[in-house]
Design a protein around this ligand. Structure first.
Ligand SMILES: [Zn+2]
Length: 308
Protein backbone atom coordinates (compact mmCIF):
# COMPACT_ATOMS: atom_id res chain seq x y z
CA UNK A 1 0.00 0.00 0.00
CA UNK A 2 2.73 2.37 0.99
CA UNK A 3 4.48 1.67 -2.28
CA UNK A 4 1.35 2.58 -4.23
CA UNK A 5 1.16 5.91 -2.42
CA UNK A 6 4.80 6.67 -3.07
CA UNK A 7 4.38 5.90 -6.77
CA UNK A 8 1.30 8.12 -7.00
CA UNK A 9 3.29 10.99 -5.52
CA UNK A 10 6.09 10.42 -8.01
CA UNK A 11 3.64 10.46 -10.88
CA UNK A 12 2.26 13.85 -9.81
CA UNK A 13 5.61 15.47 -9.08
CA UNK A 14 6.92 17.82 -11.76
CA UNK A 15 9.10 15.77 -14.07
CA UNK A 16 12.42 16.40 -15.68
CA UNK A 17 12.90 20.14 -15.86
CA UNK A 18 16.52 19.80 -16.96
CA UNK A 19 19.27 22.23 -16.18
CA UNK A 20 17.74 24.68 -13.73
CA UNK A 21 17.32 28.31 -14.81
CA UNK A 22 20.92 29.05 -13.88
CA UNK A 23 22.28 26.27 -16.10
CA UNK A 24 20.15 27.38 -19.06
CA UNK A 25 21.25 30.99 -18.64
CA UNK A 26 24.91 30.01 -18.48
CA UNK A 27 24.82 27.99 -21.72
CA UNK A 28 22.76 30.73 -23.39
CA UNK A 29 25.22 33.45 -22.35
CA UNK A 30 28.04 31.52 -24.03
CA UNK A 31 25.93 30.97 -27.14
CA UNK A 32 24.77 34.58 -27.42
CA UNK A 33 28.30 35.93 -27.05
CA UNK A 34 29.44 33.69 -29.93
CA UNK A 35 26.77 34.63 -32.46
CA UNK A 36 27.84 36.25 -35.72
CA UNK A 37 26.48 39.78 -36.21
CA UNK A 38 24.00 38.45 -38.81
CA UNK A 39 22.72 35.68 -36.54
CA UNK A 40 22.49 38.00 -33.56
CA UNK A 41 20.48 40.54 -35.54
CA UNK A 42 18.04 37.87 -36.73
CA UNK A 43 17.70 36.26 -33.30
CA UNK A 44 17.10 39.65 -31.63
CA UNK A 45 14.48 40.58 -34.24
CA UNK A 46 12.68 37.24 -33.91
CA UNK A 47 12.50 37.40 -30.12
CA UNK A 48 10.99 40.88 -30.38
CA UNK A 49 8.11 39.27 -32.28
CA UNK A 50 7.54 36.67 -29.58
CA UNK A 51 4.11 37.15 -27.94
CA UNK A 52 5.77 37.11 -24.48
CA UNK A 53 8.59 39.53 -25.39
CA UNK A 54 7.33 42.52 -23.42
CA UNK A 55 6.56 40.42 -20.36
CA UNK A 56 8.37 37.13 -19.67
CA UNK A 57 11.37 37.70 -21.92
CA UNK A 58 12.31 41.21 -20.82
CA UNK A 59 11.09 41.46 -17.25
CA UNK A 60 13.98 42.93 -15.23
CA UNK A 61 16.07 43.46 -18.40
CA UNK A 62 18.41 46.47 -18.61
CA UNK A 63 17.04 49.45 -20.59
CA UNK A 64 19.83 49.74 -23.19
CA UNK A 65 18.97 47.93 -26.46
CA UNK A 66 21.99 45.59 -26.45
CA UNK A 67 21.61 44.56 -22.82
CA UNK A 68 17.90 44.10 -23.35
CA UNK A 69 18.40 41.85 -26.40
CA UNK A 70 20.89 39.65 -24.56
CA UNK A 71 18.63 39.42 -21.50
CA UNK A 72 15.71 38.39 -23.74
CA UNK A 73 17.80 35.58 -25.24
CA UNK A 74 18.78 34.28 -21.79
CA UNK A 75 15.17 34.44 -20.57
CA UNK A 76 13.94 32.74 -23.74
CA UNK A 77 16.05 29.72 -22.80
CA UNK A 78 14.05 29.24 -19.59
CA UNK A 79 10.58 29.88 -21.03
CA UNK A 80 9.67 26.23 -21.82
CA UNK A 81 10.14 25.48 -18.09
CA UNK A 82 8.29 28.60 -16.92
CA UNK A 83 5.15 27.74 -18.89
CA UNK A 84 4.82 24.50 -16.90
CA UNK A 85 3.27 26.66 -14.17
CA UNK A 86 1.52 29.21 -16.40
CA UNK A 87 -2.23 28.63 -16.55
CA UNK A 88 -2.56 30.12 -20.02
CA UNK A 89 -1.13 26.77 -21.17
CA UNK A 90 -2.13 23.15 -20.63
CA UNK A 91 -0.31 19.85 -20.30
CA UNK A 92 -1.15 17.99 -23.48
CA UNK A 93 0.56 14.82 -22.17
CA UNK A 94 -2.08 14.27 -19.48
CA UNK A 95 -4.97 11.98 -20.11
CA UNK A 96 -8.18 13.99 -20.59
CA UNK A 97 -6.18 17.23 -20.86
CA UNK A 98 -8.48 20.21 -21.27
CA UNK A 99 -7.12 22.65 -23.87
CA UNK A 100 -6.90 26.31 -22.80
CA UNK A 101 -8.17 29.01 -25.23
CA UNK A 102 -5.83 29.99 -28.07
CA UNK A 103 -4.59 33.53 -27.33
CA UNK A 104 -3.85 36.10 -30.07
CA UNK A 105 -0.30 35.80 -31.41
CA UNK A 106 0.25 32.25 -30.11
CA UNK A 107 0.42 29.33 -32.56
CA UNK A 108 -0.64 26.80 -29.87
CA UNK A 109 -1.16 26.55 -26.11
CA UNK A 110 0.32 23.11 -25.34
CA UNK A 111 3.10 22.87 -22.74
CA UNK A 112 4.79 20.06 -24.66
CA UNK A 113 6.38 18.63 -21.52
CA UNK A 114 7.62 15.61 -23.49
CA UNK A 115 9.82 17.71 -25.80
CA UNK A 116 12.47 18.23 -23.10
CA UNK A 117 14.04 14.78 -23.15
CA UNK A 118 14.50 11.50 -24.99
CA UNK A 119 14.22 8.36 -22.88
CA UNK A 120 16.89 6.24 -24.61
CA UNK A 121 16.61 3.02 -22.59
CA UNK A 122 19.31 0.85 -21.05
CA UNK A 123 19.44 -1.83 -18.39
CA UNK A 124 22.37 -3.08 -16.33
CA UNK A 125 20.46 -6.26 -15.31
CA UNK A 126 18.65 -7.44 -18.43
CA UNK A 127 15.27 -5.85 -17.65
CA UNK A 128 13.23 -5.56 -20.88
CA UNK A 129 13.38 -2.06 -22.38
CA UNK A 130 10.58 0.21 -23.58
CA UNK A 131 11.29 1.76 -26.97
CA UNK A 132 11.69 5.51 -27.37
CA UNK A 133 8.42 7.27 -28.23
CA UNK A 134 7.83 10.39 -30.33
CA UNK A 135 7.57 13.28 -29.85
CA UNK A 136 10.81 13.67 -27.95
CA UNK A 137 13.79 16.03 -27.79
CA UNK A 138 15.40 14.56 -30.91
CA UNK A 139 12.31 14.57 -33.15
CA UNK A 140 11.55 18.16 -32.08
CA UNK A 141 15.10 19.50 -32.44
CA UNK A 142 15.20 18.17 -35.98
CA UNK A 143 11.76 19.49 -36.84
CA UNK A 144 12.36 22.94 -35.35
CA UNK A 145 15.80 23.30 -36.93
CA UNK A 146 14.27 22.67 -40.32
CA UNK A 147 11.21 24.82 -39.70
CA UNK A 148 13.03 27.83 -38.26
CA UNK A 149 15.45 28.02 -41.19
CA UNK A 150 12.82 27.68 -43.91
CA UNK A 151 9.84 29.36 -42.39
CA UNK A 152 8.61 32.44 -44.18
CA UNK A 153 6.45 32.97 -41.10
CA UNK A 154 8.29 35.04 -38.49
CA UNK A 155 5.69 34.35 -35.83
CA UNK A 156 6.28 30.61 -36.11
CA UNK A 157 10.05 31.12 -36.09
CA UNK A 158 9.80 33.49 -33.12
CA UNK A 159 7.83 30.90 -31.20
CA UNK A 160 10.21 28.12 -32.20
CA UNK A 161 13.34 29.91 -31.06
CA UNK A 162 13.00 29.58 -27.26
CA UNK A 163 12.19 25.90 -27.79
CA UNK A 164 15.28 25.39 -29.93
CA UNK A 165 17.50 27.10 -27.35
CA UNK A 166 15.97 25.24 -24.42
CA UNK A 167 15.85 21.71 -25.83
CA UNK A 168 19.35 21.99 -27.32
CA UNK A 169 20.59 22.82 -23.84
CA UNK A 170 18.45 20.15 -22.17
CA UNK A 171 19.97 17.30 -24.18
CA UNK A 172 23.44 18.33 -22.97
CA UNK A 173 22.30 17.18 -19.54
CA UNK A 174 23.00 13.43 -19.71
CA UNK A 175 19.85 12.62 -17.73
CA UNK A 176 17.76 14.05 -20.58
CA UNK A 177 18.99 11.35 -22.94
CA UNK A 178 18.36 8.22 -20.89
CA UNK A 179 16.03 6.04 -18.87
CA UNK A 180 17.47 3.25 -16.75
CA UNK A 181 15.46 0.03 -16.43
CA UNK A 182 16.15 -2.25 -13.48
CA UNK A 183 14.09 -5.15 -12.09
CA UNK A 184 12.57 -2.96 -9.36
CA UNK A 185 11.74 -0.24 -11.96
CA UNK A 186 10.51 -2.09 -15.06
CA UNK A 187 9.02 1.15 -16.50
CA UNK A 188 12.34 2.98 -16.28
CA UNK A 189 13.46 5.74 -13.93
CA UNK A 190 12.34 8.77 -16.00
CA UNK A 191 15.82 10.18 -16.43
CA UNK A 192 16.80 9.64 -12.81
CA UNK A 193 13.66 11.33 -11.40
CA UNK A 194 12.80 8.08 -9.65
CA UNK A 195 16.24 7.46 -8.18
CA UNK A 196 16.39 9.01 -4.72
CA UNK A 197 19.76 10.26 -3.57
CA UNK A 198 21.51 12.47 -1.05
CA UNK A 199 22.43 15.24 -1.57
CA UNK A 200 19.56 16.59 -3.67
CA UNK A 201 16.00 15.38 -3.99
CA UNK A 202 16.73 12.82 -6.66
CA UNK A 203 19.38 11.96 -9.22
CA UNK A 204 17.82 14.14 -11.90
CA UNK A 205 17.68 17.18 -9.62
CA UNK A 206 21.28 16.67 -8.52
CA UNK A 207 22.43 16.89 -12.16
CA UNK A 208 20.04 19.77 -12.98
CA UNK A 209 21.68 21.84 -10.27
CA UNK A 210 25.27 20.85 -11.11
CA UNK A 211 26.01 24.29 -12.61
CA UNK A 212 24.86 26.07 -9.44
CA UNK A 213 21.53 27.61 -8.47
CA UNK A 214 22.17 31.36 -8.41
CA UNK A 215 20.27 32.90 -11.35
CA UNK A 216 21.76 36.41 -10.90
CA UNK A 217 23.50 37.98 -13.89
CA UNK A 218 26.75 38.26 -11.94
CA UNK A 219 26.92 34.56 -11.18
CA UNK A 220 25.76 33.49 -14.65
CA UNK A 221 28.22 35.74 -16.50
CA UNK A 222 31.13 34.83 -14.27
CA UNK A 223 30.47 31.09 -14.46
CA UNK A 224 29.96 31.30 -18.23
CA UNK A 225 33.27 33.17 -18.65
CA UNK A 226 35.13 30.58 -16.54
CA UNK A 227 33.86 27.48 -18.31
CA UNK A 228 34.25 29.13 -21.72
CA UNK A 229 37.90 29.74 -20.92
CA UNK A 230 38.34 26.12 -19.76
CA UNK A 231 36.72 24.94 -22.97
CA UNK A 232 38.82 27.03 -25.39
CA UNK A 233 41.95 26.13 -23.45
CA UNK A 234 41.24 22.49 -24.27
CA UNK A 235 39.66 22.89 -27.71
CA UNK A 236 41.16 26.06 -29.18
CA UNK A 237 39.87 29.59 -29.67
CA UNK A 238 37.41 28.58 -32.41
CA UNK A 239 36.42 25.04 -31.48
CA UNK A 240 34.74 22.99 -34.20
CA UNK A 241 31.61 21.49 -32.74
CA UNK A 242 28.93 19.10 -33.98
CA UNK A 243 25.68 20.55 -35.30
CA UNK A 244 23.97 17.14 -35.37
CA UNK A 245 21.29 16.63 -32.67
CA UNK A 246 21.54 12.86 -33.08
CA UNK A 247 25.18 13.01 -32.08
CA UNK A 248 24.45 15.27 -29.07
CA UNK A 249 21.85 12.79 -27.83
CA UNK A 250 24.11 9.79 -28.41
CA UNK A 251 26.89 11.48 -26.43
CA UNK A 252 24.49 12.30 -23.60
CA UNK A 253 23.37 8.67 -23.45
CA UNK A 254 26.98 7.40 -23.31
CA UNK A 255 27.84 10.02 -20.71
CA UNK A 256 24.91 8.88 -18.56
CA UNK A 257 26.21 5.32 -18.53
CA UNK A 258 29.82 6.38 -17.96
CA UNK A 259 29.47 9.25 -15.45
CA UNK A 260 25.96 9.20 -13.95
CA UNK A 261 24.92 5.60 -13.20
CA UNK A 262 28.12 4.55 -11.50
CA UNK A 263 26.68 3.72 -8.06
CA UNK A 264 25.22 0.26 -8.78
CA UNK A 265 21.64 -0.84 -9.53
CA UNK A 266 20.03 0.64 -6.39
CA UNK A 267 17.27 3.23 -6.77
CA UNK A 268 16.95 4.42 -3.16
CA UNK A 269 13.57 5.55 -1.86
CA UNK A 270 12.17 8.79 -0.46
CA UNK A 271 12.57 7.39 3.05
CA UNK A 272 15.99 5.87 2.42
CA UNK A 273 17.82 7.77 -0.29
CA UNK A 274 21.18 6.52 -1.53
CA UNK A 275 24.08 8.54 -0.21
CA UNK A 276 26.40 9.66 -3.00
CA UNK A 277 30.01 10.48 -2.17
CA UNK A 278 31.63 13.91 -2.31
CA UNK A 279 33.68 12.58 -5.20
CA UNK A 280 30.50 11.73 -7.08
CA UNK A 281 29.11 15.23 -6.57
CA UNK A 282 32.32 17.00 -7.56
CA UNK A 283 32.56 14.81 -10.67
CA UNK A 284 28.98 15.73 -11.62
CA UNK A 285 29.95 19.41 -11.37
CA UNK A 286 33.03 18.83 -13.53
CA UNK A 287 30.97 17.07 -16.22
CA UNK A 288 28.35 19.84 -16.07
CA UNK A 289 30.99 22.52 -16.70
CA UNK A 290 32.00 20.83 -19.92
CA UNK A 291 28.45 20.06 -21.03
CA UNK A 292 27.19 23.59 -20.40
CA UNK A 293 30.09 25.05 -22.39
CA UNK A 294 29.53 22.54 -25.18
CA UNK A 295 25.81 23.36 -25.23
CA UNK A 296 26.68 27.05 -25.58
CA UNK A 297 29.16 26.60 -28.42
CA UNK A 298 26.91 24.18 -30.29
CA UNK A 299 23.90 26.45 -29.93
CA UNK A 300 25.91 29.33 -31.39
CA UNK A 301 27.05 27.04 -34.23
CA UNK A 302 23.52 26.00 -35.25
CA UNK A 303 22.16 29.54 -35.00
CA UNK A 304 25.09 30.95 -36.99
CA UNK A 305 24.53 28.30 -39.66
CA UNK A 306 20.75 28.77 -39.74
CA UNK A 307 20.83 32.56 -39.87
CA UNK A 308 23.77 33.16 -42.24
ZN1 LIG B 1 13.63 21.38 -20.10
Amino acid sequence: MKRTIALAVVALAPTASAWNATGHRIASAIAYDHLTPAARQRVDALLQKHPDYATLLTSGAPPDPEGRARAAFLSASVRPDIIRNDNRFYDDTRENAKPTPLLPGFPYMERHTNWHYIDEPFSPDGTPLDPVKPPNALTELRRILKEIGQSGNDLVAAYDLPWLIHVEEDVHNPLHCVSRFVRSQPKGDAGGNNVFVMPGRNLHALWDDAGGSDPSSDYVNQFAAQIMLEFVTRRGQHPRVSRDPKRWVREGFELAKREVYIFGPDTGSREHPLTLSEDYVSNSRRVARTQLALAGFRLAAILNETFK
